[in-house]
Design a protein around this ligand. Structure first.
Ligand code: ZN
Length: 457
């Protein structure tokens, strides 16, 4: 475990000058169309689970071109089950690896920073239902459409181009900065877990997930399960001798709604969660069952996730969940006619986190947000995100102040996902100003300078 370094150690960091700030903001504007081209290239990569190689090669190239020290980082299966940051893995990680870019300045006089983004995306559903093909990024008005545009390839582009803007402004960070382009966020969090388990830590991490330009105050812990129910198959002429695994599974799902309600009832006593609509948010994501149209189905398997509160031990929630399933299965008149349902853990099993109010990281981000939104912007708002975030891995296992803050996006995990381009521009600016203030800057020896009028040689 490491802890964030105390404030006093960094008293030598000078505040960002107004001139530096203006040059950084101008540099984001100057490169914004190039950023959108890069973002579009990211969206064209179909980076579903296990298929992230193409997008990671693209990110790797982009970081190498910029002079980062770049490593491909495999997820070591031997660590899973050994290090507490990992969740169960059900697939091979042969074709899934992180890309870690590091810049170590010659002179260190500031706080180090990680910018993290995940490159994996979720399936599109029927592409015919999309207004534009999901992997052909399309600009319409102030939006860019495409699967992964908001969640969270825009954020990845913001991280890379924010750091570019600092250099284009003729400045150099005075603390190490890392870019963690990770896999597996959408299912296990094992990409971020690998980064943390391998000691890739810093004084703060910022993750530009699509948060509508708000800062995440807390998220939920999450466990992802699969339940298999075995029925008794039968011919339609002797239905009474059979037990439908499908119907038994549906009963179990109904019972699980009671567990969801029970976990939701805990919210009044949980900091930051008292006004969250549905913190447990039981979601049944897939269901597969039956073998033949005219047979009583012998087997049904469904998968889902359920959430709980920061501070809860996920293993205790796993036990509570398993015990609940066993009790309702034994009590239900239909399900009790089946062998005991088998519960498996097939995705993230992880605690939630809280960003404690009053951290210096939050104060620096609040200032950067205000400057990026000047003159009409409102102060940064905070909210609770009732879902898993990789920030939890950095926060829980390395005690790193974890800031989740990113652009406005709509329809993430849905049809016609899109990201707001003016919002992405503002967020890129805020991240650039945050990184410059957090890490500290000094005039670069040889970097190009940029002014509002454009590049100067
Ligand atoms: Zn995401």
């Amino acid at each position: 475990m490491t802890t964030a370094a105390p404030k006093t150690e960094f008293s030598s960091i000078r505040p960002l000058s107004e001139a530096d700030r203006d040059r950084i903001l101008a540099a984001v504007d100057t490169a914004f169309e190039t950023q959108l081209d890069f973002l579009s290239d990211l969206i064209r990569c179909v980076s579903l689970r296990g298929q992230e190689a193409e997008v990671q090669e693209l990110v790797e190239r982009a970081l190498l071109e910029r002079g980062y020290q770049v490593d491909r980082q495999s997820i070591d299966p031997a660590l899973i089950g050994q290090h507490p940051a990992f969740s169960p893995a059900t697939v091979s990680y042969d074709k899934s690896w992180n890309v870690i870019g590091v810049h170590n300045p010659p002179m260190i006089d500031g706080r180090s920073l990680i910018l993290n983004a995940h490159v994996d995306i979720v399936p599109t559903g029927d592409p015919e239902r999309w207004q534009y093909p999901p992997f052909e990024p399309t600009r319409h008005g102030e939006w860019l459409y495409g699967r992964g545009s908001g969640d969270m390839k825009a954020g990845l582009s913001a991280a890379i181009f924010a750091l570019d803007a600092i250099r284009a402004a003729g400045l150099e960070l005075t603390a190490p900065v890392q870019i963690h382009s990770v896999v597996e966020e959408e299912i296990t969090g094992n990409g971020a877990a690998m980064a943390v388990a391998s000691g890739k830590i810093a004084d703060a991490v910022l993750i530009p997930e699509p948060t509508d330009e708000k800062l995440v105050r807390a998220n939920s812990g999450v466990i992802k399960f699969a339940i298999t129910v075995q029925g008794t198959p039968a011919h339609p002429r002797e239905v009474s001798g059979g037990v439908s695994a499908l119907e038994a599974a549906m009963r179990l799902i109904d019972h699980l709604r009671k567990l969801e309600a029970r976990w939701n009832e805990e919210r009044p006593t949980r900091p930051f969660f008292d006004e969250v609509d549905n913190p447990a948010a039981l979601t049944i994501g897939t269901i597969n069952g039956g073998e033949w149209i005219a047979s009583v189905p012998s087997c049904c398997r469904f998968e889902g996730r359920i959430g709980f509160y920061p501070g809860d031990d996920p293993q205790e929630r796993v036990k509570e969940f398993g015990a609940f399933v066993a009790v309702v299965a034994a009590d239900d008149p239909l399900v009790q006619r089946c062998p005991g349902p088998v519960v498996e853990w097939v995705g993230v099993v992880h605690a939630g986190y809280t960003l404690d109010p009053g951290s210096e990281a939050e104060a620096v981000l609040a200032e950067a947000h205000a400057a990026a939104n000047a003159p009409d912007g409102s102060p940064i708002q905070t909210y609770v995100m009732a879902c898993y975030l990789d920030a939890a891995v950095y926060s829980v296992h390395a005690s790193i102040p974890s800031l989740v803050y990113g652009p406005i996006a709509e329809n993430i995990h849905a049809i016609d996902e899109r990201v707001s381009l003016p919002s992405l521009r503002r967020v890129t600016k805020a991240i650039a100003l945050f990184a410059a203030s957090w890490c500290g800057v000094r005039p670069a020896e040889s970097a190009p300078r940029i002014s509002a009028a454009g590049l100067e040689s």
